[in-house]
Ligand binder design. Structure first.
Ligand code: ZN
Length: 61
């Protein structure tokens, strides 16, 4: 069973912000993430798939 939702390591109280457009993410709902191996392991969160795809296009150079 595939589960795309990575473990949420953000400290309690700090809001999730979309990496692409800086919108606040509702953490009670599913949201897309990208896991990047940098300085260990980093999770980027996005408000929707459109933002994730745009960010991936911009960073994949
Ligand atoms: Zn966004």
């Amino acid at each position: 069973m595939a589960n795309e939702c990575a473990e949420d390591t953000t400290p309690p109280g700090s809001p999730r912000i979309c990496t692409s457009c800086s919108a606040t993410i509702d953490r009670t709902e599913w949201f897309p993430v990208v896991a990047v191996p940098e300085e260990g392991y980093r999770i980027y969160a996005f408000c929707d798939e459109t933002c994730r795809e745009r960010w991936q296009r911009e960073t994949d150079t």
